[in-house]
Design a protein around this ligand. Structure first.
Ligand SMILES: NC(=O)c1ccc[n+]([C@@H]2O[C@H](COP(=O)([O-])OP(=O)(O)OC[C@H]3O[C@@H](n4cnc5c(N)ncnc54)[C@H](O)[C@@H]3O)[C@@H](O)[C@H]2O)c1
Length: 407
């Protein structure tokens, strides 16, 4: 058994995924629910030394008000968690709420700024101040709960894509950007020279406080080379990006099948409909670009050549957390005969994501205990755009994960 307690610092702590993590852990601790959806509870990983449910303590940053119990009630209405769960776990949720602090918003994009509440956004004069504020909150969390290790998890709303060419490759160049003044508005900072968005500053705050990082979002701020070097230098692990929970999970499972049978994929079109807050943010064209980029990259590398492809994401309020993906795959077989695969995926987004977040926390705890550093490519099976590894088929990636975890 892993020694001591592990802290999980959720960025976006009252969002759909984070609230489902908090409710899920409370249910697992009380033995109320089966561990379906958790990869770390499969037979293949049974012997791995991972933190138990009661060794995991939650806290985080959030830029909206309200309480976790209110967020849980919303999820009940949306059929994401069982009816009555918000009341049943109210004490556990209140304890997590007590460790939620105002977040930082820096160049986070219009769609997030519209619902963020200035009272719950930390005022910071420079990016360095934002990094220090994040690190200070993390250190206080570690001390208050006597935590042995801390893992930060980005589950905040998707930021617009960052211009990757503008991100520094060297640590010194990144450091030089941190003293640029931010705009007076606590909510946004589009006019500033520093290209770093909040996701980069959270990553730097994690390193500063000696925490590992999981980036479950498509936000690319933590992907820059200078940040990878900073994690490596600090001897800390990180992984990402963008949890692979639905349509892309199917793509990464099915595409290797077409390749192995030498079936030529001419086109692969995917239409995604979802209606939760994530969907509302992704309805904004700037924010949507980051998600579409993350979803589009996979097929060319798995099929050997890029088929004609199209990915759409539409926000349809009435669907709530229940995402529907329609995919149409046109392929050719022997003698060039054209054939079609079509599938419909109707997944409950937060219920698919939350167990993977818990898995990633437990596995990053293992990486911390093994003193692994930099991007952990062995966790690629969890991500649409894996760091530290080229995307491969889901089965291969899962095999790599098992070999790494059971090493
Ligand atoms: N659910 C899935 O299946 C899935 C899969 C892959 C990736 N993701 C990603 O996970 C993220 C969370 O998804 P969700 O459904 O929980 O969204 P959500 O909108 O319910 O929650 C996001 C939370 O982040 C908060 N937030 C936004 N900016 C912040 C900041 N700078 N600091 C602190 N908090 C901030 C918001 O107020 C909100 O409470 C999204 O980026 C989504 O794309 C989700």
């Amino acid at each position: 058994m892993a020694d001591g307690k592990t802290g999980v610092w959720l960025i976006g702590a009252r969002g759909g995924v984070a609230t489902t993590v908090a409710v899920g852990l409370a249910a697992l601790r009380r033995g109320d629910a089966p561990a379906y959806g958790l990869v770390t509870e499969t037979a293949a990983l049974a012997g791995v030394d991972l933190p138990a449910w009661d060794q995991i303590v939650l806290g985080g940053h959030e830029v909206r008000g309200g309480t976790l119990v209110e967020s849980a009630r919303e999820l009940e209405k949306g059929r994401v968690i069982p009816v009555g769960a918000a009341e049943r776990y109210a004490d556990e949720l209140a304890a997590v709420d007590a460790s939620i602090r105002p977040g930082v918003l820096v160049r986070s994009g219009r769609a997030i700024e519209t619902f963020a509440d200035a009272e719950h956004v930390a005022a910071c004069a420079t990016p360095r101040e934002a990094v220090q504020k994040v690190a200070t909150d993390l250190r206080a969390f570690r001390a208050a709960h006597d935590l042995k290790r801390v893992v930060m998890v980005l589950v905040a709303s998707t930021e617009p894509p960052v211009d990757e060419a503008s991100l520094p490759t060297e640590i010194e160049a990144l450091d030089a950007l941190l003293d640029d003044p931010l705009s007076d508005s606590p909510l946004g900072d589009d006019a500033a020279r520093c290209p770093l968005r909040a996701s980069s500053l959270y990553a730097l705050g994690a390193v500063e406080a000696g925490a590992a990082l999981v980036n479950f979002t498509p936000s690319r701020g933590a992907n820059c080379q200078a940040i990878e070097k900073i994690f490596f230098r600090a001897g800390l692990p990180h992984c990402g990006a963008d949890g692979k929970t639905g349509e892309t999970l199917l793509k990464s499972t099915l595409a290797p099948m077409f390749a192995a049978r030498h079936l030529h994929v001419d086109s692969w079109v995917g239409h995604n409909l979802l209606g939760n807050r994530d969907g509302a943010v992704l309805a904004d064209l700037d924010h949507k670009k980051a998600k579409v980029q993350s979803k589009e990259q996979l097929l060319a590398s798995l099929l050997g050549e890029a088929p004609q492809s199209h990915v759409s994401i539409e926000s349809i309020d009435s669907l709530g957390d229940w995402k529907t993906a329609w995919d149409h795959v046109h392929f050719r077989g022997f003698l060039g005969v054209p054939m079609t695969l079509q599938f419909t995926w109707q997944g409950c987004d937060s219920a698919l994501a939350a167990p993977l977040v818990i898995d990633l926390v437990r596995l990053m705890d293992l990486a911390l205990r093994r003193q692994e550093k930099g991007a952990i490519g062995a966790l690629a099976a969890f991500f649409k755009s894996p760091l530290g590894a080229a995307p491969r088929g889901f089965v291969e990636e899962t095999q790599t994960l098992i070999e790494w975890a059971t090493r």
